[in-house]
Design a protein around this ligand. Structure first.
Ligand code: GUN
Length: 298
């Protein structure tokens, strides 16, 4: 029988384990603080940031929000980051991406204190992940690992096809799955927009992680029976609804469901985990900065 992997349930379990860590921190006088920075008018980015802040409030992490005018020079954002880097009430800083075209993303990510980089996007943290000593695992791929574990999918020795090569999901996902660790040890293939015969690659996979940002790119005809399908895509497509759009994944759910043995829905699959692993990294950042050990959920 097909297993629909419930992201809200898995996220809920991790969040309740994080509450224990927060209690430990609080007993030592520490309340973690997360700063979110938004330099965009994009409705989806605004929604993501407000969901992240709400999740902090619900768990007992203090959240601070800063809007930067999307038309302002890059220096305005960089100076804000300098202030946040030196503010001891703030343990984690998240700059919502994408940034406006005139702002060089890499310069911004490099300006963050790597110990406050709860996205895991600073080159120091990327380097640590690639070399096998991760500090902050990027939230979405870390969440995907947790979903696979919750669905009892052992990745050791398995053929995993990651579709998408972004710095936010595809590349860190591939690196995490390659690690010599319980949630890794996979044989990883990374496909992208220039891959010849994507369907041939996905048909050979035990696990497909779809993170291309292309609505319903992968359908059932591209899968073999028994594949585990993790859909990272959240695409707004025009629809006759109140909002004028609906959310669809990178996977055509109905046809994929007839082939997969386990699959994540959109919404309610990967999304809740992305936010939860941000909370996880913020707790970890506070623990590291304040020297208060906590037992983070394995
Ligand atoms: N934009 C889309 N996903 C992410 C993410 O995980 N972190 C940040 N900072 N921006 C994003």
């Amino acid at each position: 029988m097909i297993q629909i992997i419930d992201g809200n349930e898995v996220a809920g379990r991790i969040r309740s384990e994080l509450e224990t860590c927060l209690d430990t921190l609080e007993r030592n006088g520490v309340v973690p603080g997360l700063a979110t920075v938004l330099m965009s008018d994009d409705g989806a980015s605004e929604t993501y940031v407000s969901m992240k802040r709400r999740a902090c409030d619900e768990l007992g992490i203090e959240s601070f929000h800063y809007d930067v005018d999307p038309g302002a020079p890059a220096d305005v954002l960089l100076e804000r980051l300098d202030e946040l880097n030196s503010d001891s009430a703030i343990n984690g800083v998240l700059v919502q991406l994408p940034l406006p075209d005139h702002v060089e993303e890499q310069r911004v990510l490099e300006r963050l204190d790597p110990l406050k980089d709860v996205d895991g996007f600073h080159p120091e943290n990327v380097g640590r992940l690639v070399t096998g000593t991760p500090r902050f695992k990027p939230c979405t791929p870390h969440g995907v690992q947790r979903l696979l574990a919750a669905a009892d999918v052992d990745t050791e020795g398995k053929d995993v096809v990651v579709v998408g090569r972004s710095n936010i999901v595809g590349k860190p996902m591939a690196n995490l799955l390659l690690q010599r660790s319980k949630l890794g040890n996979a044989t990883v293939t990374v496909c992208h927009s220039r891959t010849n015969d994507l369907a041939e690659k996905t048909r050979g996979a035990d696990v497909v992680v779809a993170a291309a940002g292309v609505p319903e790119l992968i359908d059932g005809s591209m899968l073999t029976d028994g594949t585990t399908v993790i859909d990272v895509g959240v695409n707004r497509v025009e629809a006759d609804t109140e909002k004028g759009y609906e959310l669809v994944g990178d996977v055509e759910f109905e046809s994929a469901k007839s082939r997969a043995d386990a699959i994540t829905p959109v919404p309610g699959g990967v999304g809740p985990l992305t936010i939860t692993m941000l909370l996880y990294n913020t707790v970890k950042a506070a623990s590291l900065q304040e020297n208060v050990p906590v037992s983070l959920p394995e």
